[in-house]
Design a binder for this molecule. Structure first.
Ligand code: UDX
Length: 445
C-alpha cells in the first residue's frame, strides 16, 4: 500500500455498471495499483465485473435491488434507483473499513454517474475525486443548456441547428447533448448529473492535446485540479474489463484479410436501434462490397432477439464477405492491420480507441457526448465522415473511407494523431506527467 509520511492510502473506487464507464475505472484502478495503492472496487450487483480478472483488488458488491432488465425502465430512472439504493450500503461499508483500518486514509474515486458517492464522501469527511468517461467537451456543453434555456435559446429552432454555439465554438447547436429529448426530461437529467459538491479533483479519460481549449475553460471555471489521463487503455496492460464475452474468432478471420481492407461496425454497449435503421445499415454494408465485422448486440434492435428481421438471402450474401457477431474484442480489432475504418456511434471510449490506433471513422452519433465527439472527428481532427443512415449514403461513405483517396488522406492524419498519442503516454508526455501529478495529489490529500 502506498505510504506517505507514515499514512497509507486506501482507494475505494465506486464504479458504474455501464461498460463505457466500468472499463476506464478498472483501467485507472490497475494503474493506481501499480503505484502501490490498495484498491477496492465498490460496484452494483447489476452487471458486476469479474473479480477473477483482477485478483489484486478487493471487490465489494453494493446491494442495488435492481431487476436484471434494469435499464428497460429508462436510463435516468435506472440511474436514480441505482444511486438511491446503493447509497446506504456504501455508507455502511466505509464506516466499517474506517473503524477496522485506522492506519489508512480512505479516499473515494467515483464514476460521474455514481453521483451519490460524492455526497457520501462529504458526509463522512473523506476526500473524493470524480472520474469522467466522456469527452471533456461534454461537460461545458451540458452545463450551458440551463442557461440557454433561460435565455430562450434552447430548445433550438430548426433554422439555428447548423449554427455554432458562440460559447462552444466549434460545436453547433445540433451537436449539443440531449438535443433530441424533451426539454423537461433534459433539465431533470442535468439536475441529477450536476455535481452537488465539487470534488477535490476531476480525473478525465481524455488527452490534453486533443481537448486543450476545453480543458483550459473547465480549469478556469472549477478551481480544482483536473488530470487528463487518457487514453487509459494504452497506459498499462489491463486484464479484460469486458462485461460480455467477446467473439475471438474475429481476430483469426482478420488475419486472413488484406491490409486496411476491413470496416468494423459497432454502436457501443448501450445504443438500441430500430429495424429500419439496422436494415439500412445492412444494405449499405452489403452494397459497399467491402469485408466487414458487424457487432449486433442481442436485443439491441428494438423488438427482436438478434437480426432475424434481415432477409435470409441478404444475410447469406453478406456472410461471404464478413462476420456478424454479438460482442467483439474491439481494442484488438482496432489495433489489427487489416482494419481500414471504424463505423461507430462515437462513444468516447470507441473514439479514443480508434484515435489511438490511427483508424479513420464513419460517425453515426446518437446522444450524450457522441454528437460532440463526431464533430471533433469530422470537423476538427478531419479523420471521420458523418453518416446519414440511408443505404446509398452508407455505401458511399464506406467507399470514401476504405477505397477513395479521401480515406488515405484521413488515415494519414489519423496516423499523425496516433503518433501524438504515443508521445503523450511516453515518459515526459502530457498523459504520463498528468498521471504522476495525480499520484502526487492523492499522496498529498
Ligand atoms: C457510453 C456513452 O454512450 C458514451 O457516449 C460515453 O462517452 C461513455 O459511455 P458506450 O455507448 O458503451 O458508452 O460507448 P463507448 O464509450 O464507445 O464504450 C464502448 C466500450 O465497449 C468500448 O470500450 C469498446 O471497446 C467496448 N466494446 C464495444 C467491446 O469491447 N466490444 C464490442 O463489441 C463493442
Amino acid at each position: 500500500m502506498a505510504d506517505h509520511g507514515g499514512k497509507l492510502r486506501r482507494l475505494v473506487l465506486v464504479a458504474s455498471p455501464l461498460q463505457g464507464h466500468m472499463t476506464p475505472m478498472l483501467q485507472l484502478a490497475t494503474y493506481l495499483h501499480s503505484k502501490g495503492f490498495s484498491i477496492t472496487i465498490a460496484h452494483s450487483q447489476f452487471r458486476r465485473p469479474d473479480p477473477n480478472n483482477h485478483p489484486d483488488f478487493i471487490f465489494h458488491p453494493l446491494p442495488d435491488n435492481l431487476p436484471s432488465n434494469g435499464l428497460s425502465a429508462g436510463f435516468m430512472p435506472f440511474m436514480q434507483a441505482l444511486n438511491d439504493n446503493c447509497k446506504p450500503h456504501l455508507i455502511e461499508y466505509l464506516i466499517k473499513i474506517m473503524k477496522e483500518d485506522k492506519e489508512s486514509t480512505v479516499m473515494i474515486i467515483h464514476d460521474n454517474l455514481m453521483f451519490f458517492a460524492g455526497s457520501v464522501a462529504k458526509e463522512l469527511g473523506l476526500s473524493f475525486m470524480m472520474l469522467r468517461s466522456s469527452s471533456a467537451a461534454f461537460f461545458p456543453a451540458a452545463m450551458i443548456i440551463p442557461k440557454l434555456h433561460q435565455e430562450g435559446r434552447f430548445p433550438v429552432e430548426d433554422s439555428l441547428l447548423q449554427e455554432i454555439v458562440p460559447e462552444l465554438d466549434p460545436f453547433r447547436f445540433k451537436d449539443l447533448p440531449f438535443i433530441k429529448r424533451p426539454i423537461e426530461q433534459t433539465l431533470e437529467t442535468l439536475i441529477l448529473i450536476t455535481p452537488k459538491t465539487p470534488p477535490s479533483a476531476f480525473i478525465w479519460n481524455t488527452i490534453e492535446f486533443l481537448e486543450q481549449s476545453v480543458l483550459t475553460q473547465i480549469r478556469d471555471n472549477y478551481k480544482v485540479p483536473i488530470f487528463a489521463v487518457g487514453p487509459l487503455h494504452k497506459i498499462i496492460p489491463t486484464p479484460s474489463t469486458s462485461l460480455l464475452e467477446a467473439d475471438t474468432s474475429c481476430i483469426s478471420w482478420l488475419d486472413k484479410q488484406e491490409p486496411k481492407s476491413v470496416i468494423y461496425v459497432s454502436l457501443g454497449s448501450l445504443l438500441n436501434t430500430d429495424e429500419k435503421v439496422s436494415t439500412e445499415m445492412a444494405w449499405g454494408l452489403a452494397n459497399s462490397n467491402q469485408p466487414f465485422i458487424w457487432v449486433i448486440r442481442p436485443g439491441s434492435v428494438n423488438g427482436f432477439k438478434w437480426f432475424e428481421f434481415l432477409p435470409e438471402s441478404l444475410v447469406t450474401d453478406m456472410k461471404k464477405r464478413g462476420l456478424i457477431v454479438k460482442w467483439a474484442p474491439q481494442k484488438e480489432i482496432l489495433a489489427h492491420n487489416s482494419v481500414g475504418g471504424f463505423w461507430s456511434h462515437c462513444g468516447w471510449n470507441s473514439t479514443l480507441e480508434s484515435v489511438s490506433e490511427g483508424v479513420p471513422m464513419l460517425c453515426q452519433p446518437w446522444d450524450v457526448d457522441q454528437l460532440l465527439n463526431a464533430r471533433y472527428l469530422s470537423y476538427v481532427w478531419k479523420i471521420g465522415v458523418e453518416i446519414v443512415v440511408e443505404r446509398r449514403e452508407i455505401e458511399g461513405a464506406i467507399r470514401r473511407v476504405l477505397v477513395d483517396n479521401e480515406g488515405d488522406e484521413m488515415r494519414q492524419r489519423a496516423i499523425k494523431i496516433q503518433e501524438k498519442v504515443k508521445g503523450a503516454i511516453s515518459n515526459g508526455g502530457c498523459t504520463h506527467s498528468s498521471l504522476n501529478d495525480l499520484v502526487d495529489f492523492i499522496m498529498s490529500c
